[in-house]
Design a protein. Structure first.
Ligand SMILES: [Zn+2]
Length: 90
């Protein structure tokens, strides 16, 4: 095999590599993209409702602070249930 042919193969491999991986210019830099419409991001943190154990996005959840702890609920009803149960226990 001639050296020229090796160089051609190397160039073809390089072009193929660039076509596969070089075209992706949108690099995720590890930070969440800004939401243009102000809608809550779909990658919002999910919190587990301690009453019905539903996972709810933190921004949509009903939050209730108990001392240093903050609890998140899917609805005000679950929040009331939790406070009621906690009152019965304590
Ligand atoms: Zn709930």
């Amino acid at each position: 095999m001639s050296p020229l042919r090796l160089i051609v193969i190397a160039i073809l491999l390089y072009i193929g590599y660039r076509l596969l991986f070089g075209g992706r210019k949108k690099v995720n830099r590890g930070q969440a993209p800004k939401e243009p419409n102000g809608e809550f991001p779909t990658s919002d943190v999910l919190e587990e409702d301690p009453v019905c154990h539903t996972l709810v996005p933190r921004q949509q959840a009903v939050s209730w602070q108990d001392g240093d702890e903050v609890f998140y609920f899917c609805s005000q009803e679950c929040c009331n249930t939790y406070i009621y149960q906690k009152g019965e226990q304590g």
